[in-house]
Design a protein around this ligand. Structure first.
Ligand code: EPZ
Length: 427
């Protein structure tokens, strides 16, 4: 298994190109199932999860061509075509490796009238149930049967029917499945308490480009007029707000200044307000946003919550940054029940963090020390890389396959702005 070796202490300066958003790509790819015409997606990030989703779609009968892009270019152009649906089964061995596979459920039932999808099961950060995905499909008339770890969903005769979906809590994935199912349902669907994450807006804009009728973008109430069929389209994936926020933390934790090329401020309101409160200087540039450290890091109190509040996917990265703050910070994780796996590893690097229930008390220390550490999940891995970039000495991050799921060519991007970082084979 690959490792990443970092010698910390260098302020990072320069420009980092921000790739297409993983969490937008993973909900745009299954849209190809909703039409027999080609869907071309541009600015797709080169990530393990994107490749994995492509493999699943192949198994369902989707043909995929990837337009050659030069090795040093970021972003790929992928054209997907589901002329026919060859299979409506998403098998356990694929779903268990990539939970986002559950996002084929809505499109398959909408297009093919049925789907059999392995229940994804939990992951490192929590139980990750999908009950809200299933309730949404039932509200559109689907009949569900759960057996042997699979959910089998069947549309009623004549196909899914528009309905009222009221989510008791905000769920990004369930909103995405509901939206992709509703666009071909007969009649009107209203989704209340819909997630408002920018990736949902990206999905809605892509579906509208394919001929869907959706109102209420960027709000918590989406109204969908079902149409008989959708057509092909070309759509560019939005830039990754979490990747951009992660590199902004790299600028702060190393005392440097990084331009996040392609980042879109309106998708990152609470990330930038958090960085400013921590003492960052944020400047708009011709091609993105520059984030610069300005002396020390100020302590913060932050709670994660659905967009537009502070995103749970940035909690671990902020924690690494705040471990060097001039004072004590309080972080509260309200979305997932087990998203503090980075804490013991950061403490092994000299941080002083104490988890108390859903909160973590982060007492700022003078410095961090390099150490061999273990990545457990995607964003925890990034927090360890960030700590390594600031630590004195060498840090070795193991199990970097977690990182490869969400950060395109991480070492190259960081080397280009002065980081002493390299990937090595198994130790
Ligand atoms: C998406 O996961 C993202 N993944 C996650 O990013 C992100 O952390 C999360 O949204 C929250 O923003 C992708 O987009 C591929 P949820 P998702 O449904 O859709 C509970 C990363 O690091 N819930 O919004 O699975 C759930 O347990 C990943 O890029 C139910 O109870 O998240 C959680 O407590 C990690 N029942 C809360 O809702 C359900 O049916 C929010 O989960 C669904 C969710």
């Amino acid at each position: 298994m690959d490792r990443i070796i970092i010698t910390g202490g260098k302020p990072l300066k320069g420009r980092i190109p921000i790739s297409g958003a993983k969490n937008a790509a993973l909900t745009l790819l299954p849209c190809a199932l909703l039409t027999d015409e080609p869907l071309t997606l541009r600015n797709l990030p080169r990530l393990a999860d994107v490749d994995g989703f492509g493999h699943l779609l192949n198994q369902l009968g989707v043909s995929i061509t990837v337009e050659g892009s030069k090795p040093d270019e970021f972003g790929r152009v992928m054209t997907l075509r589901a002329s026919n649906i060859a299979s409506t089964v998403a098998p356990y061995d694929i779903v268990r490796k990539m939970r986002a596979s559950i996002l084929v459920l809505g499109p398959l039932v909408a297009r093919a009238g049925e789907a059999t999808v392995s229940l994804p099961g939990g992951c490192a950060i929590g139980m990750r149930p999908v009950d809200l995905h299933l309730k949404a499909l039932e509200a559109l008339g689907a009949e569900l049967e759960i057996a042997a770890g699979y959910v089998k969903a069947k549309a009623p005769p004549g196909g899914l029917r528009g309905g009222e979906i009221r989510f008791p809590i905000v769920s990004v994935g369930a909103t995405e499945n509901a939206l992709m199912a509703a666009v071909l349902a007969k009649g009107t669907t209203v989704i209340e308490n819909a997630a408002r994450e920018p990736e949902i807006t990206d999905l809605a804009k892509c579906l509208i480009a394919m001929g869907a009728k959706i109102d209420g973008l960027r709000t918590d109430t989406l109204t969908i007029e079902g149409v008989d069929e959708l057509h092909g389209a070309t759509y560019a994936v939005m830039p990754d707000r979490i990747e951009a926020g992660s590199y902004a933390c790299a600028a702060m934790i190393t005392g440097g200044s990084l331009e996040l090329v392609g980042a879109r401020k309106e998708t990152m309101p609470s990330i930038f307000s958090g960085l400013q409160d921590a003492g960052a200087i944020i400047e708009d540039t011709a091609s993105g946003i520059r984030v610069s450290a300005d002396g020390g890091i100020k302590p913060l109190s932050l709670a994660t919550a659905p967009f537009p509040a502070f995103p749970t996917d940035m909690q671990a990265q902020f924690m690494a940054m705040l471990s060097l703050a001039n004072g004590t910070s309080l972080l509260t994780e309200t979305i997932f029940e087990n998203r503090y796996m980075h804490v013991p590893e950061l403490n092994r690097m000299g941080a002083d963090i104490e988890v108390r229930g859903r909160s973590a008390v982060v007492r700022g220390v003078e410095k961090l020390h390099g150490a061999p550490v273990m990545a457990t999940d995607l964003r925890a891995s990034m927090s360890l890389v960030l700590a390594g970039l600031a630590a004195e000495g060498q840090t070795e991050v193991n199990r970097v396959y977690h990182l490869d799921r969400g950060y395109e060519r991480l070492e190259e991007k960081l080397q280009a702005v002065g980081a002493d970082i390299e990937r090595a084979g198994a130790g």
